[in-house]
Design a protein around this ligand. Structure first.
Ligand SMILES: NC(=O)c1ccc[n+]([C@@H]2O[C@H](COP(=O)([O-])OP(=O)(O)OC[C@H]3O[C@@H](n4cnc5c(N)ncnc54)[C@H](O)[C@@H]3O)[C@@H](O)[C@H]2O)c1
Length: 264
């Protein structure tokens, strides 16, 4: 299937690399105009989309912790494409970069207050800020799709990553509450909860904390019994951004090869 997103404008945050880049390439391949937003340089993702010759793309410098930056991102999307149909809140403190150490594995009582506050500022306040920035345009259209990125560690639990996993739990809750609040205005809000994905960020974290065993541990609890890659997530992102899911809201989709089974 192609062109499921023709004519749609979708913003993907944290899209300079990794899973956000994979979402962006896949959405553009379905005909979407994509807005590639990140605190890192977005040129590589934009160039790959242009080379593929599918949907159009612009790159936007974004700091999700700054509401003015988020509003400028929404304004850039409207300037270029005239509407905002979708937002994937993918940006997070996870892998290390030249801007951040990312999520550091450590006992819960070794996390210092600054680390805790940074994690919440990027992962939770950042998603809230981006929602505030795009919802006015979605309201005017009486249509919109917000996809928040959580993690299956919220259901499974994970040692030595309390600040990160707690922030991802907040994201799942934010999604459900926003789904209720914005549903009457035609705005659908859903959550993707990935398993452990072999993105560059995960590889860097395992290398930096001598934690290579995580890959096998997660493979062993996965019903499909294999490692997971960024491209394993893109079908769900396309679905949740497309009209195929127009009657779906407030849901958490575990895209983890059957590692997590929800009882509710
Ligand atoms: N890789 C996994 O195993 C895994 C599992 C579950 C969920 N996730 C989630 O998937 C998403 C992508 O993960 P990834 O593996 O590609 O990691 P990643 O670290 O490569 O991606 C996060 C992106 O967010 C950007 N970012 C960080 N702070 C920002 C800020 N203040 N403003 C704007 N952008 C900012 C980073 O520059 C980066 O491009 C994250 O939300 C992560 O929590 C990843």
């Amino acid at each position: 299937m192609a062109d499921l997103l023709a004519g749609k404008t979708i913003i993907i945050t944290g899209a300079a690399r990794g899973i956000g880049q994979a979402y962006s390439l896949a959405l553009a391949a379905q005909g979407a105009n994509v807005v590639i937003a990140d605190i890192l340089d977005t040129a590589d993702t934009v160039a790959q989309i242009e080379a593929a010759g599918s949907g159009a793309a612009i790159g936007v410098a974004l700091d999700v912790t700054d509401i003015d930056s988020c509003r400028a991102m929404a304004a850039a999307a409207l300037d270029s494409y005239g509407r905002i149909d979708g937002l994937i809140n993918n940006a997070a403190l996870f892998g290390p970069s030249d801007k951040t150490k990312g999520a550091e594995l450590m006992p819960f009582d070794a996390i210092d207050e600054q680390m805790w506050d940074n994690m919440m500022a990027v992962n939770v306040k950042g998603a809230w800020n981006c929602c505030k920035a795009v919802v006015p345009a979605m309201r005017e259209q009486n249509y919109g799709k917000i996809v928040n990125i959580s993690s299956n560690t919220v259901a499974l639990g994970a040692a030595h990553l309390l600040h990160y996993v707690t922030s991802k739990g907040a994201i799942a809750t934010l999604s459900r509450c926003l789904a209720k609040e914005l549903g009457p205005e035609g705005i659908r809000v859903n959550t993707i909860s990935p398993g452990f994905i072999q993105s560059q960020a995960s590889l860097d974290i395992m290398e930096n904390f001598d934690a290579h065993a995580i890959t096998d541990e997660m493979k062993n609890v996965c019903a499909l019994g294999r490692e997971q890659y960024p491209d394993d997530l893109v079908g769900s992102a396309i679905y949740l951004c497309s009209e195929l899911s127009d009657f779906v809201s407030g849901q958490t989709l575990y895209v983890d090869g059957g590692a997590t089974f929800s009882g509710i």
